[in-house]
Design a protein around this ligand. Structure first.
Ligand code: NDP
Length: 484
């Protein structure tokens, strides 16, 4: 299953160009050059996708979950059988290390599909008995045609996290991956054809967010939107969709605290904190970018953490020894560099890294590489500590008391996730209850059980994905009351 130079939309079971026949360039961020082209879709393509989905809906929604399960399970198997091809494509498209795509992104993509294919078989609704009078039962029916829009940081991983529950629940989907990382969604289209997914059940429209994406949001008959991306885009989407009374799930940005108490398992904490800071170049909404360390171990932490950060290998995404590949796009690299410059203006002391891109030699000379950056000495309320950077940049700050660090942790507009390191179980419980976050990890990070609710509070989003929450989102509850 090889990537093509000209990506196509997947509409009504066929691979087709945009109706305008226009294309947008797709850049390989590790070499800084165009390597393929994406359909520049617009409202007309979205309308075509919607009509195909509408035609497919009566059959798909009534097909029965056993049949839907079998098709989706076949789709998951095809991705797994083509693991290397998908991982290579993901690495080239996004700049992430091949080994990361091979061990995390693509396995999670087929797990997502398999998880929701089976979850629908166990999904049940409630009944409420009014003794001697009536029985109520809740039907959980598919919504109809739904829109799914995903970002570039974990391309196939997040794309499948949305479309799998939507399809398993019996909906038909119009979906758009990020224009920055469209390749594995295109390969998924081919896998859907091979798996025998009926025409029109899933339609993938490529193109720019404000054009193709906005057309999905604005479509009057697309009844629900599941979106993952930046908080500002989420705000725009809500402004369009809420007055149309669409069901909305918004998974948005984060500025996650990593709280380290002196009684933690230091070695385990350091290794995990390197991962939670710099995995995928810090381009994971769950990365912990504000690190608060209890004062008795602050200096030891600083020394070890900076030393280990400096040893991280940046470069060739296909090398086994690479820790950090390329930043996903030139525009994003420039944004991160602006954030680093701002941190210096705000009085930050850069302990390692640079505000200059890392210039590689040979094939990767024009690629978008950056060394990981650690700052200290920044005020809690400065922009660097309050706004999402979404890059390999963290700040470290000492603290003295639990109350103080809780105030620091809860000081931002965001509330996606938080990490706590301590061996004191009572403190872990106390802090977890008081943190303003949708997800708290204690003595670990990114340990995910797909059955658990996933999402944020405050400006990090509305609604929850994961497990039965996702199936609830993608179904409409209808109460039926029968008097007897
Ligand atoms: P964006 O918000 O820029 O884009 C996300 C998706 O929305 C892309 O497919 C984009 O298309 C599309 N889009 C952009 N504008 C519109 C619009 N007006 N209408 C409809 N769709 C639109 O986010 P990024 O891709 O830059 O992703 C990074 C952000 O995602 C970070 O803030 C990160 O925290 C967040 N994120 C949140 C997660 C969570 O679970 N809470 C998980 C992962 C990331 P295109 O790219 O083609 O323009």
């Amino acid at each position: 299953m090889s990537p093509d130079k000209y990506i196509k939309n997947y509409i009504d079971g066929a691979l087709v160009p945009a109706l305008s026949t226009n294309y947008i360039d797709n850049v390989n961020p590790a070499i800084g050059q165009v390597y393929s082209h994406i359909p520049d879709s617009d409202t007309d393509d979205v309308q075509r996708a919607y009509e195909a989905a509408e035609r497919a809906f009566p059959t798909w929604s009534k097909m029965g979950m056993q049949k839907r399960f079998r098709i989706l399970a076949r789709l998951a198997d095809i991705i797994e059988q083509n693991l290397d091809d998908f991982a290579a494509a993901e690495s080239i498209d996004s700049g992430k290390p091949f080994k990361t795509a091979l061990s995390i992104d693509i396995p999670r993509a087929h797990q997502n599909i398999r998880f929701f294919a089976t979850a629908i078989l166990h999904f049940a609704s409630e009944s409420h008995h009014m003794e001697g009078e009536a029985v109520n039962f809740t039907l959980r029916q598919p919504i109809g045609i739904v829109g799914c829009i995903s970002p570039w940081n974990l391309p196939l991983y997040l794309f499948t996290w949305k479309i799998a529950p939507a399809l398993a629940a019996g909906n038909c989907v119009v979906a758009k991956p990020s224009e920055i990382t469209p390749m594995t969604a295109y390969m998924l289209s081919k896998a859907c054809i091979e798996a025998g997914l009926p025409n029109g059940v899933l339609n993938i429209v490529h193109g720019e967010g404000p054009k193709a994406g906005q057309a999905i949001i604005e479509h009057p008959k697309i009844k629900a939107i599941s979106f993952t991306g930046g908080t500002n885009t989420g705000r725009k989407i809500a402004a369009t969709a809420a007055p149309m009374f669409k069901k909305l799930s918004l998974e948005l940005g984060g500025k996650n605290p990593n709280i380290i108490f002196a009684d933690c398992d230091f070695d385990q904490m350091i290794l995990t904190t390197l991962r939670s800071s710099f995995s995928n170049n810090g381009q994971i909404c769950l990365c912990g970018s504000r690190i608060y360390v209890e004062r008795p171990i602050y200096e030891r932490f600083k020394e070890e953490f900076v030393k280990k950060t400096q040893l991280m290998k940046v470069g060739d995404p296909f090398s086994e020894v690479t820790d950090l590949g390329a930043i996903s796009s030139k525009a994003h690299l420039e944004k991160i560099i602006n954030c680093i410059n701002l941190a210096e203006v705000e009085g930050g002391n850069m302990l390692c890294g640079s505000n200059e891109p890392l210039r590689m030699k040979g094939e990767y000379e024009q690629g978008y590489f950056l060394r990981p950056v650690v700052f200290e000495g920044l005020p809690i309320d400065c922009r660097t500590n309050q706004e999402e950077i979404f890059g390999p940049v963290v700040t470290i700050t000492p603290f003295d008391t639990e109350e103080e660090v809780l105030a620091y942790a809860n000081s931002t507009d965001y509330g996606l996730s938080a990490t706590v390191w301590t061996k004191d179980i009572s403190r872990a419980q106390r802090i977890s209850e008081s943190l303003q976050a949708g997800i708290v990890w204690v003595n670990c990070w990114l340990l995910r059980d797909l059955r658990t609710p996933f999402g944020g509070v405050k400006h990090s989003g509305v609604g929850r994905e994961g497990g039965l929450e996702a199936l609830r989102f993608f179904t409409e509850p209808k109460n039926v009351c029968i008097k007897y």
